[in-house]
Design a protein around this ligand. Structure first.
Ligand SMILES: Nc1ncnc2c1ncn2[C@@H]1O[C@H](COP(=O)(O)OP(=O)(O)OP(=O)(O)O)[C@@H](O)[C@H]1O
Ligand SMILES: [Mg+2]
Length: 299
């Protein structure tokens, strides 16, 4: 085994002088004055359960890929990023541990809607279409098959469940929760980000089948928060292997999901530990997603 294969993975962070606000499935969030410090750990969740085995480098891939997209697409909507390289002041003592995996961000009021955009028919979208001929209430042409490209990207919001699985809702339900003007703005911004990112990814041989965004409000301004077009929030498919009619191979955690299906786990917490070969293969996939999209190696 080479030294890089033995890299350490980080399941949980703690910094003596910082106040932990909470842990998401993947990110640890700290107070940093008026701002927030978001640290992406190497935790991996599958079927909404955090598994006991972390994946080395995963947090760095998520943070670096998000920074890449936030910067590239900031003309569409500003992101929450304030600093991701120079951690100074009260963060300075932790600069080495934070390097690569943390972001100092603007604190926002998160909008309680997950903004999903789909350009292809997969996952819960495919299930919905098979049953109803539409996805989240949006009627689609007949005769589409699994992984078909849609005529136009569609906005299919879901509720941000505090526990359990997110639930798909119609545009009208989203509008009744947060108001029509804000729902329309979220839809237009989300679709524009998806279009621009997809065009870019296509040049690099990657299809972005679907993706999920989160937004927040700070001082009345709409801010793109959390993460941006990562393998955790998106389905990335290698374009050269694309063949509709079944599920596609992907850069995301499909490898882990396949393993979990194969061992017959009941998808209830606690999740099983992952064997070293599954960890290694998943790590390679995350790194590869970063390299294919940005054009350079991580580190
Ligand atoms: N700028 C921000 N202001 C306020 N909250 C934020 C900001 N950026 C991210 N968050 C919140 O921090 C948390 C990040 O944790 P994590 O990504 O692990 O989320 P999760 O909600 O558990 O999982 P998932 O992203 O899969 O829904 C999320 O609850 C997200 O809404
Ligand atoms: Mg999240």
């Amino acid at each position: 085994m080479t030294s890089s294969q033995m890299a350490l993975a980080i399941s949980e962070t703690s910094f003596a002088g910082l106040k932990l606000r909470g842990r998401g499935k993947v990110r640890d969030i700290y107070d940093a004055g008026d701002d927030l410090l978001i640290v992406a750990t190497d935790r991996l969740s599958a079927f909404d359960v955090v598994l006991p085995t972390p994946i080395p480098d995963k947090g760095k891939v998520l943070t670096q890929l998000s920074l890449f997209w936030f910067k590239k697409l900031h003309g569409i909507v500003p992101s929450h990023v304030l600093e991701a390289v120079n951690f100074t002041g009260e963060l300075a003592p932790y600069a080495r541990e934070l390097a690569g995996r943390a972001m100092l961000v603007r604190r926002t009021e998160p909008i309680p809607i997950e903004c999903v955009v789909r350009g292809y028919l997969s996952g819960s979208g495919w299930k919905d279409y098979k049953k109803t001929g539409s996805v989240c209430g949006i009627a689609l042409p007949g005769g589409l098959i699994e992984s078909s490209k849609l005529p136009e990207p569609i906005f299919t919001p879901s509720t941000k469940a505090t526990s359990g699985h997110d639930e798909n809702i119609s545009f009208d339900e989203a509008a009744s929760q947060i108001g029509t003007p804000l729902a329309e703005r979220l839809r237009d911004v989300s679709i524009e980000i998806y279009r621009r990112a997809s065009e870019y990814a296509a040049e690099r041989g990657i299809i972005i089948a679907d993706t999920k965004f989160e937004f927040g409000i700070a001082n009345g301004e709409l801010i793109w928060i959390d993460e941006a077009l990562t393998p955790d929030s998106s389905r990335f498919w290698p374009a050269d292997e694309y063949k509709p009619g079944h599920a596609q191979p992907s850069f995301d955690k499909q490898y882990v999901r396949d393993y979990l299906e194969q061992i017959g786990w009941n998808k209830q917490a606690p999740g099983p530990a992952l064997p070293p070969d599954v960890v290694a293969a998943t790590r390679v996939r995350y790194r590869e997603a970063y390299e294919r999209i940005t054009g350079h190696a991580l580190d």
